[in-house]
Write a protein that binds this ligand. Structure first.
Ligand code: AMP
Length: 285
């Protein structure tokens, strides 16, 4: 296996990808914030299935964190991450500094209408504007043929999908399924914040989603009462819920009554102590 290449500059990675493409290779891309787990690695494998070489970026993007969020505390394990990428046969990692990624002053931004009014967008002001800004920049820098994102961050995927269409990015998108621990908890870099006791509680979110999904599939097509009960039970277990509901798969608008033949996203976000957990399941009726 060839040694993995590491680039800290935009010019370095851009030239490398250009030369790969000139030699006829199709380039896959997986943007990450590092502290990698099986979810990240599964996206590298997915990208690999659709490309000849895979590039991974590792960058904790400041513009997607709110002033009271965990930017400083976010786990940073760059050397271990690079080793994990190397073991997955990743061709190159892009590990820029903030100074490399952003100009000192910024006069432009990406504004989101409606699609950020629900789910995480309603609770994390400016978060998705920051996500779209960095993904837009990374697409322009790396110029991949195909890029993989996780269903775990389903609103992020929907917005990036929309951005690619509205801003004419020449990239194919892939969505990888949620990787979970054996007890069902969706893997997340933020799970490392959980205490042992919270870690035992955390899979309750997955179980609540699974229960509601099953009830809907068994014919409950007005699930709000049911979700209300599950919400009460979670709150009794010390979860503080940001949202828990069924959303249209494409527009992410909340839905009260479900129809046969359509796809929905059942999604939840909740705090356990100071750790914010998210999870979702797709429902195809
Ligand atoms: P992050 O490093 O948190 O920005 O995540 C990088 C990518 O990994 C994003 O596309 C996430 O949606 C994806 N991801 C995060 N957690 C999981 C998971 N448990 N399963 C699959 N993909 C994930």
């Amino acid at each position: 296996m060839a040694d993995i290449k590491q680039f800290d500059t935009k010019e370095g990675i851009r030239e490398e990808v250009k030369s790969l493409k000139r030699s006829g290779k199709r380039v896959g891309f997986v943007p990450t914030m590092g502290a990698m787990h099986e979810g990240h690695l599964s996206l590298m494998r997915l990208a690999r299935e659709h490309a000849d070489e895979v590039v991974v970026s590792i960058y904790v993007n400041p513009t997607q964190f709110g002033p009271d969020e965990d930017f400083e505390a976010y786990p940073r394990r760059i050397q271990t991450d690079i080793e994990k990428c190397e073991n997955e046969g990743v061709y190159a990692v892009f590990t820029p500094t903030d100074k490399e990624m952003y100009l000192p002053e910024r006069y432009l931004s990406i504004k989101i209408d409606e699609m950020a009014d629900y789910m995480c967008g309603a609770h994390r002001e400016g978060h998705f504007e920051g996500v779209l800004l960095i993904v837009n920049k990374l697409f322009n820098v790396v110029q991949p043929d195909v890029a993989a994102f996780g269903q775990k961050d389903i609103q992020q995927y929907a917005l990036i999908h929309r951005m690619v269409r509205e801003f004419d990015h020449d990239v194919e998108l892939l969505m990888g399924p949620i990787k979970r621990a054996d007890d069902g908890l969706a893997l997340s870099s933020r799970n490392s914040y959980l205490t042992d006791e919270q870690r035992v509680q955390a899979p309750s979110l997955y179980r609540a989603l699974g229960y509601v999904k099953k009830q809907i599939e068994d014919g409950v097509h007005q699930p709000n009462l049911l979700i209300g009960h599950q919400r009460d039970e979670l709150e009794a277990k010390d979860f503080e819920i940001d949202y828990f509901g069924v959303y249209d798969f494409n527009t992410l608008k909340p839905v009260d009554t479900l129809e046969e033949g359509k796809t929905y996203t059942l999604a939840i976000a909740a705090y356990l102590g100071s750790t914010r957990l998210i999870d979702n399941m797709l429902i195809e009726l």
